[in-house]
Each structure stands twice: as C-alpha cells, then as structure tokens.
Design a protein around this ligand. Structure first.
Ligand SMILES: Cc1ncc(COP(=O)(O)O)c(C=O)c1O
Length: 419
C-alpha cells in the first residue's frame, strides 16, 4: 500500500514545482511598510500595483484611528462564540442594516470571510434536487461551494450568454424531473481579467427561465455604480440579483464579507449558513471598522473619483502604447504578454529591481500556456506620476521581452526545472 504522502514527495503540483525559484519573490513576497501606493520590497522602494485597496482606505488616518480605538475598546476577542449562541451584538445588526440599505436589499448577514461565506451560501441555497449553472471562470470560492452540492451542476462558457441559455435549457428539463430549482452564479467583476459579468443579460433571461441569481461582487462593491453599490447598480439590475455577495477585503480594506437579499431569504440563511453557525462571530473591531469604512464610502465620493482617474490614465496609457489589456470593464488592469514561465520570472525581476514596479504575475495553469499576465490594481492612493513611471517601465520591459533578453537570462532556470 502507498503512503499517503508519496504523491506529495513525488509531485509538488503545477505551481509548487517552481517553489525553489519563486518563493519569497514571485509568490509569498513580503511587502513592507504602510499599505499605500509605494511600499518596500526587499529593501527597495516600489510602486505597488498588487493590493486591492481600491479606495485607499487601508491606511487612511480616519480609518486607522477608528480601528485603533475599537481595538482598545473591544480587544480582538469580543464577542465570543458564534452569532447564534453568544456572538451577536447591536453593532453587528447595525452594520447589516446599513449594508443592506446601501446595496438596496431588504436584509443582509455578515460573513467572517468571503471565501467560506460563499462556499456556505451556495451550500445553504441548494438541495440535492436543485441544479447549479455557473460561469466556468468563477472564483475558487464559488467552485468550492459547488463542490459541496450533491445534485447536478453545469458550467457555461465564460460570460457567454448563448452557452448559459443552452445550459439553462438542460437545467430546466432536469429540474422538471427532479422537482428542484435552478441557481445561476456569476461574478460582478471577474477579478483576474476585469470584465464585468453580463448581469443585465442574465437577469433578462429570467423572463424566459425560472432561476435564482447569486452574484459575487468582490471587485465591484465600492468601485462600480453611481453610489459604489457595485456591478448590479452599474448595470441597472440590482433588483434582479436575488442574492448579492461582497467582501470587505477589497474596497473596504478589511476582513469580513456579507450577503444581502430579501428578508425571508436572509432569515433562512441565518439559520442555515454553516460557516456562521459553527464559527466564531466576526470580531467587533472589524464590525466597527466596517461601519466607518462604509460611511466613508458613502460620504467621500472623491475616493472613487480618484480611483477612476488613475484607472483611466493607466488603462488608456497602456492601450495607447499598444499593450493588450483585454476586455477589462473595471479597475482590474491585466496586461497580456507572450512568453514562457522562466521569461516571465526574468521580466518581473527586471520590473521590480530596475524599475521599482511591483505587480502580480499570473502564469499557466491559471491562464493558458505561453501567456504572461501582469495584473495591476490601481487605487485612490496612486498618483498620475506613478502611472507615467509605470507606463515607461512597461515599454522598457516589453522591448527586452521581444528582443530575447529574458529568454537568455532565464535559460538556466528552464534547464534546472526541466531536469
Ligand atoms: C471574486 C472573489 N470572491 C471571494 C473572495 C474571497 O473573499 P475573502 O478574502 O473575504 O475571503 C475573493 C477574494 O480573493 C474574490 O476575489
């Protein structure tokens, strides 16, 4: 019989095999200093484009003050226990009410983390007779929620309404046999490539098919829509979203998340969300901090305006210089280049060491082989000078990629990994 660990000793996985070259630099890097547009990486100043602090709240003095005061007042333990047992407070309720009102839903419920919260929400919404239809490019938390489902599930091609309809037809036939219902899941903004989910067209399909619609708006909340209420507001279909989800981990620059829906649905979820029933309540410092951040989101439109000024300058600058930034419709700014993983490593090293630019790098298997995706997240803390510096750096690295410099530099890495 095999030892359970044999496979681990043998195969570190598609990303794990790069660990000796990548760890501490490309993955698990340590960014130091206060969260802002400029931080330190391995002792060097870098412009940071890898932090989802869209509105620049993470290190805003008013936010830091409230966080610190809440820490003093409540410590990090309060309240103890799960919401249902002993972890419920007036402020948890207040935050829920304010979040619900902000995203135009009757009610909301807090989640400790977006990831587990989404897994649990999907788990609670469907029974074995129900069918899930979801976008093939959905975030891991959606995929893992679907994994718990005991019934049928179908994926539709990314943001492809024709494919969604085909799958809805199949799902409808199947649901008629099982006696179940249908849950469709999309993201409000797809965080890797930045396109918005086609929420409007999906909601339109409700006229033809009977389904309920769950939207993960992690990257839309606080960023899109007139008031910042997200992708549903931006596309004018917030009413058509039956269960709206967003995390505090991006525009609110904190930890925690929430779901919002009709009162009766939230009342049901409150009693059936295993991630909340069997885990400690969201700690008070985070609740107080989220109330402050939500208030700033609502009352300081200048933060969102600055974010979009930076986003527009960065994205139009990249396009004007001939970069492929795909079809982003949000602040998420992908830059697609062609090259191998070792070339990508050499390129990113050049960007960080010689140009002081720190952005995320995404390679196969997250995206197709041969593509390099550099992902930039503008924030309200960036300046137009940061943008110009970054655009100049990108022009320089593209030239070196095309003239084969990185291929030469990376030859030894390729050889050692291929051994
Ligand atoms: C689309 C999406 N959903 C959910 C999550 C998880 O949120 P959290 O960080 O609160 O667990 C993320 C964060 O990475 C995300 O990008």
């Amino acid at each position: 019989m095999k030892d359970l660990f044999d496979k681990i000793y043998r195969d570190k996985g598609p990303l794990g095999k790069w660990a000796s070259q990548a760890e501490g630099y490309f993955v698990f890097p340590k960014l130091e200093g206060q969260i802002s547009n400029r931080m330190k990486f391995q002792g060097k100043d870098v412009i940071t484009w890898s932090i989802n602090d869209y509105l620049g709240l993470a290190n805003h003095p008013e936010v830091r003050k409230v966080d610190a005061e809440a820490g003093v007042a409540y410590g990090s333990a309060y309240p103890m226990g799960a919401r249902m047992m002993s972890g419920h407070t007036e402020l948890h309720e207040k935050l829920q009410q304010e979040l619900a009102a902000f995203v135009s839903k009757e009610s909301a419920y807090l989640l400790n983390f977006g990831y587990q919260g989404m897994v649990s929400t999907i788990d609670a919404l469907v029974g074995k007779d129900d069918i899930i239809v979801y976008d093939v490019d959905a975030h891991a938390c959606i995929i893992d929620g679907v994994r718990l489902h005991m019934g049928k599930r179908f994926t539709y091609k990314h943001n492809n309404i024709e494919s969604l309809e085909k799958n809805l037809e199949r799902a409808t036939k199947m649901a008629e046999q099982t006696g179940g219902g249908i849950l469709v899941i999309s993201e409000g903004v797809f965080g890797m490539r930045g396109e918005q989910g086609r929420l409007k067209e999906i909601v339109e399909l409700k006229k033809k098919y009977n389904f309920r619609f769950l939207v993960d708006d992690a990257h839309g909340f606080g960023v899109l829509g007139k008031t910042g209420a997200g992708a549903g507001e931006e596309q004018g279909v917030q009413d058509g979203i039956d269960v709206y989800f967003a995390t505090f981990a991006k525009s609110l620059a904190s930890t925690g998340a929430f779901i919002a829906a009709d009162q009766e649905i939230i009342d049901y979820l409150k009693y059936n969300l295993r991630s909340q029933m069997f885990a400690k309540s969201l700690q008070m410092q985070l609740v107080v901090g989220a109330l402050k951040r939500l208030d700033m989101l609502k009352t300081m439109p200048e933060l969102k305006n600055k974010l979009w000024e930076n986003t527009n300058a960065l994205q139009s600058g990249l396009r004007e210089r001939g970069f492929d930034i795909g079809t982003t419709q949000s602040c998420v700014t992908p830059v697609y280049l062609e090259g191998s993983i070792p070339e990508a490593m050499a390129l990113v090293r050049d960007l960080r060491e010689n140009h002081g630019i720190f952005c995320s790098i995404v390679v196969y298997p997250v995206i197709p082989k041969g593509l390099i995706l550099l992902r930039l997240i503008p924030t309200a803390t960036h300046t137009l000078d940061d943008v110009t510096e970054t655009l100049d750096a990108f022009e320089a690295i593209r030239e070196r990629l095309v003239n084969g410099t990185y291929k030469r530099l990376s030859a030894s890495v390729t050889a050692s990994v291929d051994k």
